[in-house]
Design a protein around this ligand. Structure first.
Ligand SMILES: [Zn+2]
Ligand SMILES: [Zn+2]
Length: 263
């Protein structure tokens, strides 16, 4: 599996992706908002884009579909429940569906509600696991639920699906928010040595050559995976004095999500 992370350099800080089969050169484009950059990258690599996957229905993820389809004839894949929100879906996906790219790449469809209720993450399994996670999981953060989502479903997605993937899983999110998210981690957990050590480099990072984290690293630096950390809980109880001494993980997640909304 070959992966190109494409930095759009737009105000929303979107990342687009090409996932290609090294044997056939066939490629799947994930949320190709900047269709021009995606097409130029595919051309430079000698790849042919045959499929588009929209992780979810927001315009900064679907806005490149029409131009990309016009240029390539690619088939459009998205959550089956997004059929009234995304025009022209050729294949509606549900949990457990397998998406083949060429001969050598198979991606598993994960139904990951929370940011919206029709959100798909793509999982590459095997020796080099990778997760294309749209606006569900960000580097050092979690998606918001302002536009069609629900925090408690987002918690379930994190706890029941994402947290159980192998630590070696490489994380490919839909936006570059790592610097701001690390600052939130340190606001919540000032003694997080790993987050502190990474912060200067991430603030200076060129998103065109972004760090690709792993799930194992996320569990160290992403507050939304650190729900049982005594330091996170102690600090949360300062903001919410009514919280019990040992709040359950879901309560911690929901309170963190609430704080992040206005932070
Ligand atoms: Zn979104
Ligand atoms: Zn987005």
């Amino acid at each position: 599996m070959l992966v190109e992370q494409i930095w759009t350099a737009n105000n929303y800080r979107n990342f687009n992706y090409l996932i290609a089969c090294g044997e056939t050169g066939e490629a799947l484009a994930v949320d190709p908002l900047d269709h021009g950059k995606c097409l130029a990258t595919a051309k430079a690599k000698g790849w042919r884009i045959t499929q588009i996957l929209n992780t979810h229905e927001h315009h900064d993820h679907t806005g490149g579909n029409a131009a990309m389809i016009a240029a390539t004839g690619a088939k459009l894949l998205a959550h089956a429940k997004a059929k009234d929100r995304i025009a022209g879906i050729d294949r509606g996906l549900k949990a457990g569906d397998v998406i083949a790219v060429g001969k050598s790449v198979e991606l598993l469809s994960l139904d990951t509600p929370g940011h919206t209720m029709s959100h798909i993450c793509l999982l590459a399994q095997g020796d080099q696991p990778a997760l294309f996670c749209g606006d569900t999981l960000f580097n050092a953060g979690a998606g918001n639920c302002h536009n069609g989502g629900h925090p408690s479903e987002l918690y379930d997605t994190f706890a029941r699906q994402l947290a159980n993937l192998p630590d070696a899983t490489r994380i490919y999110p839909g936006h570059d928010y790592i610097a701001r998210n690390l600052a939130f981690t340190l606001d919540r957990e000032p003694d997080n040595a790993k987050a502190k050590a990474m912060q200067p480099a991430m603030e200076a990072q060129d998103p065109g050559h972004a760090l690709v984290t792993t799930l194992g690293l996320e569990k160290e630096i992403n507050t939304f995976f650190r729900l049982t950390s005594p330091a996170v809980i102690a600090r949360l109880r300062q903001a919410f004095p009514d919280l019990p001494e040992r709040p359950d993980a879901k309560t911690v997640f929901l309170k963190l999500r609430e704080l992040r909304n206005s932070w």
